[in-house]
Ligand binder design. Structure first.
Ligand code: EPU
Length: 431
């Protein structure tokens, strides 16, 4: 298992380019199941979750081919299996994104039920209720969701009880080939939803209202071969901007849409840092010690839960006390105990963390527990005095492409140590 080792205390500066967004690329790849022909994908990040989705599509019988590191070709016409087995689903909850497309294409689907995960129970009941409203019958058999719609799916009016990102994506994909009109009310408005809708429209889908909380989909006969391009990763972008800020540095991220980062950048401005945006770049520069700022997470356009841990890391060194409230997931404070091991002063009460900013934190061995919690530990390590070792970095590799390389480019003293490398070194010593 790899470890990341950081010598902290270097202010980061410079410019890096954002990768394609994991959470946009995953639904785009699942949408290939709906397409009657090959799809060329651009700006696909090289990440573990993406490889899992590619493995799943290939397992179903699709042709999946990498052109270069970020361009992919997928043709699901040869696919014959309408299943997603436990072995793949258990490593990536987003595998459930194939449920809607498989049902739309094959009239049946068997997808292993994802279990709970480190950040909360994360049920998919709203996805299932929506598919039932569209005419599917759903049963759970031996841990799998078995969905059937022998006569095909029909349009329906679906109102989500709570905003769900992958739920909106799953039902949007199911509705694209359904008979009639589907209305999704209280739909998610994340930029990744708009990316999916725009991409599907490019292949012939009839979708309106994406980016608002009411999406209307008119079913079409088929989707044609074409191209899909992933948007920039707004969470990755903000994580690197936070790395600059927590170290008192000056970081620019290019090839991004600043509007997708509005809630985060507004809070960064409140810390007293300089924020500069161009048509496709964002720069954040610390101007002295950051001031404490409160945040509470909300669906887009609110402050993203996927940046809560990173913002909290910044607040551990801010001047004053900040209150961080998590309203999306019930257990997304796993980083708090690890940050405390580095000297952070944080008290927890239910879904609220109170962070008393301290003048310094110190390096320590810490353990990654989920993707964004891990990112917060890397940020803390960059700002801490001395050495920080982050273990279980496979969590980070699910969502950050070449993190040590990108941070290294900004001046960080960061290295990845892999067990195999150490084993090789040991073997050489013994030889
Ligand atoms: N929920 C239900 N029932 C459902 C669906 C959701 O109760 O049927 C609840 C969830 O348990 C949660 C809330 O609704 O409390 C919102 O969950 P949502 O469905 O929006 O989350 P998701 O679609 O499973 C995506 C991202 C997450 C991100 C959330 C919130 C992908 C692949 N994942 O998850 O990303 O945190 O939206 O923005 O898009 C990450 O990248 O680290 C990550 C966890």
């Amino acid at each position: 298992m790899d470890k990341i080792i950081i010598q902290g205390g270097v202010p980061l500066s410079g410019s890096i380019e954002a990768s394609g967004a994991k959470n946009a690329a995953l639904p785009l790849l699942a949408a290939a199941i709906l397409v009657d022909g090959p799809v060329t994908y651009r700006r696909i990040p090289h990440l573990r979750d993406i490889s899992t989705m590619m493995t799943l599509l290939a397992w179903q019988g699709a042709d999946v081919e990498y052109d270069d590191q970020h361009c992919l070709h997928v043709d699901t016409r040869p696919a014959s299996k309408s299943e997603a087995p436990y072995e793949l689903v258990k490593t990536m909850r987003a595998s459930s994104l194939v449920l809607g497309p498989l049902l739309a294409r094959f009239g049946q689907a068997r997808v292993s039920l994802p279990g709970g995960c480190a950040i909360g129970a994360r049920p998919i009941d709203m996805h299932l209720k929506g598919l039932e409203a569209m005419g599917a019958s759903i049963e759970v058999e031996q841990g799998d969701i078995v969905a059937r719609a022998a006569k095909g799916l029909s349009g329906a009016i679906i109102s989500f009880d709570q905003v769900t990102v992958t739920g909106t994506e799953n039902l949007m994909m199911a509705a694209v080939l359904a008979k009639g009109t589907t209305v999704l009310d209280n739909a998610a408005r994340e930029p990744e939803i708009v990316n999916l809708a725009e991409s599907l429209r490019g292949l012939g889908a009839d979708i309106e209202g994406d980016g608002t909380n009411r999406i209307v989909i008119q079913g079409v006969e088929r989707l044609e071969a074409g191209e899909m391009t992933t948007i920039a990763d707004r969470i990755e972008t903000a994580t690197y901007l936070a790395a600059g800020l927590i170290t008192g540095g000056d970081v620019t991220v290019t090839n991004v849409d600043p509007y997708a980062l509005e809630a985060f950048l507004a809070r960064v401005k409140d810390t007293g840092a300089l924020v500069e945006c161009g048509p496709d770049f964002v720069r954040c520069k610390a101007q002295g010690r950051l001031k404490a700022v409160d945040i509470h997470t909300l669906p887009h356009p609110g402050f993203p839960t996927d940046l809560q841990a990173q913002f909290m890391a910044m607040m551990t060194l801010a001047e004053g006390t900040s209150v961080v409230r998590e309203t999306i997931f019930e257990n997304r404070f796993m980083h708090v105990q690890e940050l405390a091991r580095m000297g952070a002063d944080i008290s927890l009460d239910g879904n609220t963390a109170v962070v008393h900013g301290c003048a310094r934190i110190s390096g320590a061995p810490v353990m990654a527990t989920d993707l964004r919690a891990s990112a917060s530990l890397v940020l803390a390590g960059l700002a801490a005095e001395g050495e920080t070792t982050v273990s279980r970095v496979y969590h980070i590799d699910r969502g950050y492409e070449r993190i040590e390389e990108k941070l290294g480019k900004l001046g960080a003293r960061i290295e990845r140590h892999s067990i195999s490398e150490n084993w090789m070194k040991g073997a050489q010593l013994n030889a």
